[in-house]
Design a protein. Structure first.
Length: 170
């Protein structure tokens, strides 16, 4: 049974799920399975190279206060990791001194995509990011490459579309 170590805000309980802020340092071996599931659902559609995450780089960024990872665990499944929401933290180039959070991955395992969990997960992350001084939060939507559309959720949460992002493998 996994015994997670949480940081920052007190974890939130939603039914059998626990939402919290963990450190990649502590979970880098465990998080591989959920990253593979995310990759297989969305990224593989437009990137032909195999998944090869640089977890040591995530740890370096985390140690430099430039990265955070929020998690969802299911107590009904021995605290199995069923979700992650990762952000890169940067000081804006366009507005001096403004801290921004840019989402790298937002994923819930299929069995965890029910009820209000996604909303509570985002709310938890937003509150924690605001508490450390973040002024702008950026989220992406993988619907164009097979992910579930987040348009309705993002609109409900107050996010506005500001750009389309294109990628080309070269």
């Amino acid at each position: 049974m996994t015994v997670p170590k949480y940081y920052g805000p007190e974890p939130a309980i939603i039914g059998s799920y626990k939402i919290g802020l963990e450190r990649m340092t502590d979970i880098k071996d465990e998080v591989r399975e959920i990253h593979k599931a995310h990759w297989d659902e969305t990224e593989i559609v437009y990137i032909t190279r195999p998944l090869d995450v640089d977890y040591d780089r995530f740890v370096e960024l985390e140690d430099a206060a430039m990265f955070v990872i929020f998690t969802v665990r299911d107590s009904a499944q021995e605290n199995k990791l069923v979700g992650n929401l990762m952000y890169f933290l940067v000081t804006s180039i366009h507005i001096k001194g403004m801290l921004e959070a840019t989402e790298d991955a937002f994923f819930l395992a299929k069995e965890a995509r029910k009820g209000v969990l996604a909303i509570r997960f985002l709310e938890f992350a937003e509150k924690a990011l605001i508490a450390i001084g973040v002024k702008v939060i950026g989220m992406s939507d993988k619907a164009p490459c097979g992910g579930k559309s987040l348009e309705k959720l993002m609109g409900h949460m107050g996010y506005r579309p500001v750009a389309r992002y294109y990628m080309k493998e070269v």
